[in-house]
Design a protein around this ligand. Structure first.
Ligand code: NAP
Length: 287
């Protein structure tokens, strides 16, 4: 019995000259469904700086999509309640105290992840710090700390997790950059080390992407605009009027406006995307 589709195609053949074979040629046999493309069941994700703020939100998104979590941060007073809250929601979650600027700490987190879950599929390099100062006043030790955490820490984690991902030729790395790495603001805040490291992360994203694309690892970045957090609230308080005036969507980012992007970049939905930076800033950098 011919299908309705083939009957209607045959009916139109005489009008258009289109043959059934020609029409079928452009119809793939299997197109994954949208829930399959965004699900992360059985995937294992490390989120650095996952104890609060944007890292906590993105970790929650990955867990809601099915991933098992390893959250790391320096301080137990932030990390432990977050891990407990994730578990209370039924998510698989572990925590590890870690300073991302210390190679031995980084390797210990990757080792613990493999010991608990067997592998690392997803790495979100989110841990970050900042130091606001005019360039002429920037203390060298503060410059160094921001570089060590934001840039060297992300590289160390990509290297340690990447070595495990390379064994299976499968992995996704998401680096949390910032619009501070893409544009500067006359009004401020002025934070030379922060801006330099975030621009560096965007370059690191491209370099890791080309190094590993043919080995099954995709590397992308997210560049958020302003979102309320412990790190950003001081800058937002000083600049909210100018953020609103210069952003096409005239507000700071809301809770929930980042985790969908993180899940997208970690999931099969973005399988043909690597080396890119997705800007989530209400249009601030295009205005
Ligand atoms: P946050 O609330 O201060 O969170 C920072 C997280 O990083 C915390 O979990 C913190 O935990 C952890 N962390 C800091 N230093 C660390 C270290 N050396 N080793 C391990 N973990 C460390 O700030 P946030 O706003 O959510 O920032 C998260 C990321 O988003 C940062 O990379 C930031 O640059 C980026 N970002 C934020 C905004 C924004 O508007 N909020 C905009 C653009 C980009 P401990 O302090 O306990 O270590």
């Amino acid at each position: 019995m011919p299908s309705v589709t083939s009957l209607s195609l045959r009916a139109s053949e005489s009008l258009s000259g289109l043959t059934l074979a020609a029409a079928e040629k452009y119809k793939p046999d299997i197109v994954p469904g949208i829930s399959e493309l965004f699900q992360l069941n059985d995937r294992v994700a490390i989120v650095t700086g996952g104890s609060r703020g944007l890292g906590e939100e993105m970790a929650e998104g990955l867990a809601e999509a099915g991933a098992s979590l390893m959250l790391c941060a320096r301080r137990a007073e932030w990390l432990t309640p977050t891990v407990d809250a994730m578990r209370a929601r039924g998510f698989k979650a572990e925590g590890a105290l870690c300073d991302v600027s210390k190679p031995s700490d980084v390797q210990a987190v990757v080792d613990k992840t493999i010991a608990v879950y067997g592998r690392v599929d997803i790495l979100v390099n989110n841990a970050g710090v900042t130091w606001a100062a005019e360039p002429e006043d920037m203390p060298l030790d503060k410059w160094q700390k921001v570089v060590d955490v934001n840039l060297t820490g992300a590289f160390l984690f990509a290297q340690a997790a990447g070595r495990d991902m390379l064994k299976r030729q499968h992995g996704r790395i998401v680096n949390i950059a910032s619009i501070a790495g893409m544009h500067a603001s006359v009004a401020g805040p002025h934070y030379a080390a922060y801006a330099a490291t975030k621009a560096g992360l965007i370059g690191l994203t491209r370099e890791l992407a080309v190094s590993w694309a043919r080995k099954g690892i995709r590397v992308n970045a997210i560049a958020p605009g302003f979102f309320h957090s412990r790190l950003a609230d001081g800058a937002i308080a000083m600049n909210e009027a100018s953020i609103k005036a210069s952003s096409p969507i005239p507000r700071v980012g809301d809770a929930g406006e980042l985790k969908g992007v993180a899940v997208f970049l970690a999931a099969d939905a973005s399988n043909y995307i690597t080396g890119q930076t997705i800007v989530v800033d209400g249009g601030r950098t295009i205005a």
